[in-house]
Ligand binder design. Sequence first.
Ligand SMILES: NC(=O)c1ccc[n+]([C@@H]2O[C@H](COP(=O)([O-])OP(=O)(O)OC[C@H]3O[C@@H](n4cnc5c(N)ncnc54)[C@H](OP(=O)(O)O)[C@@H]3O)[C@@H](O)[C@H]2O)c1
Length: 353
Amino acid sequence: MVKIHEKYISRCIELAKNGLQSAMPNPSVGAVIVSEGKIIGEGYTSPYGGAHAEVNAINSVSPEKDLENATIYVSLEPCSHYGKTPPCSDLIIAKGIKNVVIGCVDPFSEVAGKGIERLKKAGCNVVLGVLEKECIVSNKRFFTFHTQKRPYIILKWAQTTDHYIAPDNTIINSAEAASFLITNQYSRQLVHKWRAEEQSILVGTNTVINDNPKLNTRDWEGKSPLRIIIDQNLRITKNYSIYDKTIPTLMITGNHHDEINTVDNIIYEQIDFSTNIAIQICNTLYKHNIQSVIIEGGTQTLQTFINENLWDEARVFTANKSLKKGVKAPKIDGTLIEESNKTGDHLKILKNI
Ligand SMILES: NC(=O)c1ccc[n+]([C@@H]2O[C@H](COP(=O)([O-])OP(=O)(O)OC[C@H]3O[C@@H](n4cnc5c(N)ncnc54)[C@H](OP(=O)(O)O)[C@@H]3O)[C@@H](O)[C@H]2O)c1
């Protein structure tokens, strides 16, 4: 029986991947309805504000009376509260579904076990914790945000074989330095896909001044993340692309400033630069309900988060180029979980475990 449960929860996790980008900041969930050993309905979370996975799966079953002998599998506990939609646990009960298999408990305080309680009280047979770890990982941003009260943090950089992330712009002019690209177009496109998967992107002052990045997702379908820029003394002048008003931008500064500048689409947040910068930035992002951030450099910014042990994943490209001089890559220790050459550049993914 356990193996059968795992097979269907595994299918829920696959389905949930389809809603990951559009459901944010809601978790993306997969639901499968099984009767007499056959899948009779499936669903995953609709874009933010839309139907939950259970609703989509239930609506896909025809005729409706088949639901009565069915088992519903869900990767996350069915909700019990009125958010943008009515509680899914009530719908399961109303449709007469007697068996409910759940991957993991919802960490969101409005739910947190209350959905399971409701189902049990109504007489449903509930099996909990099937592929629990995998279900939690499938919503790693949502879980990190609710359990650790900070966004899920992905560090990303590209380095040469001799461990530099940029040329020395004191020996070549800044335009030449800015146009020096370490990775190829396929790796850069993959990075744009990654950007579309996260709620925000963060870089340091020198990266903006040296590279003038747009920090958007122009090479991939999807929403551009909120831009977050560290600029202690507001050194970055208004002619840089981050001030182009196309994407909301959050400036982390040491100076007091009006909190919102609607003309420039900028929000200012003041922190104390004399201590624990990474934790203060995490607290600021939590306050703004940001569940994930991809940090794309430069070295001082990345190292700040590494040194304060505030990171979850690091994605490091190494291209077959050398520089001999320049900005040294960050130093990091982590567990290697994936290694590939799919784009033509070498990619290592490390986890902070
Ligand atoms: N290959 C890649 O993947 C990649 C990616 C991004 C950038 N880069 C390169 O990286 C280079 C810049 O790297 P970088 O290390 O010099 O600079 P950076 O991290 O982009 O910016 C450093 C600046 O940001 C502020 N800052 C960041 N962390 C801080 C902290 N903990 N405390 C205080 N201030 C902090 C400071 O500005 P203030 O001095 O104003 O206080 C500091 O000078 C650029 O040349 C860029 O081309 C490469």
